[in-house]
Design a protein around this ligand. Structure first.
Ligand code: FAD
Ligand code: UQ1
Length: 401
């Protein structure tokens, strides 16, 4: 049996930031991170990996290098959460006791929810930007494409980075143009959503983009249910007959702990304070929490600024007083040099950092996404010193409405 002041489950974006901050504050031996993976991936780069602008290697670092040295790394999967007894049990049956717990497990990919997957990933032309196992196949598929339908899909919500499925579509459009085969491609988009993007300001801008690029085959409220590699067919369901399958969900060990999750299977936290609704010594951050905002690394940064302060208050015997506004951002890459930087809050209102119209496609925003964000992630976010652009926004908007 091991005991820690703070146990963090998951060493991704949110878990790593949390462990860095609190191991530095509390000192050696006080914080443990339960995380089974050898590699830590900066997943926002996978859109660019799919388009050949970065490599998978660029997006990953060994977990041993990113987890803080002052925290103990328990390199195992957490399999049982026991919040009534303040412990987490690992796959090797180790019991890890905590005074405080931060759950940061991210999401689990349930490709098997689509008939024919994941096996069809082993066949030509089927790829996904959402997994390090398949993201390298995207560029290969673009290279090998000769003619016919190029199909892009967005599954049932929630997913992380809901803009990602169409970003790669715009990249593919430009790739096909550059390689003289755009006229051979029928680009098709199938989304389960009733809109092109959840926030009207950016959806309007994206409708212009698809029109300009000649992407006419946009199918709303359609869900991919089967891939048939033998005949190279994709089967869709019209969502007016709803389905319950979820391509992405919280990881099973968390979903199975009824005391911790809401009806959707996400860690049930107060959406403003990020404290668990029934266990005051449990907090959550990132994709696995119930907060109703788009799941992104940018949201994790905003949540981190709030969660770390509230957890410190609770550790000091006080109660949470800082509130997360739902800030999230989706850099909508629309090709090899342009990006619409969507930023919005929990109510779906734009919450933009820069004092200019961010719904416009811009080269500067593309460079922010491709060349600046990775460094900000590795050197700021994972060290626990990036709390999102809130103060930057306030300074940029000084004297403005
Ligand atoms: P993760 O970073 O996913 O980390 C979760 C960690 O928990 C993992 O290391 C995992 O191994 C571990 N874990 C899981 N289960 C267990 C268990 N049982 N026990 C112990 N550990 C466990 N965000 C943006 O802000 N901008 C973007 O442009 C953007 N683009 C994206 C494009 C793609 C293709 C993808 C896939 C994501 C994108 N995102 C983007 C989203 C962003 O990557 C995630 O929102 C972010 O990584 C979430 O952080 P997290 O800490 O919640 O989870
Ligand atoms: C951000 O904070 C963040 O998390 C580290 C991202 O993930 C990669 C982003 O894509 C964006 C856009 C932000 C927000 C940062 C600024 C400067 C607007």
């Amino acid at each position: 049996q091991k005991s820690y002041k703070l146990v963090v489950v998951g060493g991704g974006a949110g878990g790593c930031a949390t462990a860095a901050k609190f191991s530095s504050k509390l000192g050696r031996g006080k914080v443990a991170v339960i995380e089974p993976a050898d590699m830590h991936y900066y997943q926002p780069m996978w859109t660019l990996v799919g388009g050949g602008m970065k490599t998978l290697e660029d997006s990953g670092r060994p977990m041993s290098q990113v987890l803080p040295s002052k925290a103990d790394w328990i390199k195992q999967r957490a399999v049982t959460f026991d919040p009534h007894n303040n412990k987490v049990i690992t796959e090797e049956g180790e019991e890890v006791n905590y005074e405080y717990l931060v759950v940061a497990t991210g999401l689990q990919l349930n490709y098997h929810q689509i008939k024919g997957l994941p096996d069809a990933f082993e066949t030509p032309g089927v790829c996904s930007n959402y997994s390090p196992l398949y993201v390298n196949k995207t560029l290969k598929s673009l290279e090998n494409f000769r003619e016919g339908n190029a199909i892009f899909t967005l599954p049932t919500m929630p997913i992380k980075c809901p803009g990602a499925p169409q970003k790669i579509m715009y990249i593919a459009d430009e790739y096909f143009r550059k390689h003289g085969k755009r006229d051979k491609a029928n680009i098709m988009y199938f989304t389960t959503l009733p809109v092109l993007f959840g926030i009207k300001k950016y959806a309007d801008a994206l409708w212009k983009v698809v029109k300009e690029r000649g992407i006419v085959d946009i199918n709303l409220r359609h869900n991919l249910i089967e891939v048939k590699p033998d005949t190279r067919e994709a089967v869709f369901q019209d969502l007016d007959n709803p389905t319950t399958s979820k391509l992405l969900s919280a990881p099973d060990p968390l979903r199975e702990c009824a005391a911790l999750v809401n009806e959707g299977g996400f860690l049930n936290v107060n959406k403003h304070t990020l404290q668990h609704v029934t266990f005051p010594n449990v907090f959550g951050i990132g994709d696995c929490v119930s907060v109703p905002t788009a799941k992104t690394a940018a949201a994790v940064a905003g949540q981190f600024g709030v969660m770390r302060k509230n957890l410190s208050l609770v550790m000091a015997g006080s109660s949470p007083k800082h509130e997360y506004d739902g800030y999230t951002s989706c850099p909508l890459v629309t090709g090899y040099s342009k990006c619409i930087l969507a930023e919005f809050d929990m109510d779906g209102q734009p919450l933009e950092t820069f004092p200019l119209n961010q719904a416009k496609e811009r080269r500067t925003m593309f460079h922010l996404k491709k060349d600046m964000m990775p460094a900000m992630y590795w050197m700021g976010m994972l060290k626990g010193i990036w709390n999102g652009p809130k103060y930057m926004r306030k300074i940029m908007h000084l004297g403005m409405k």
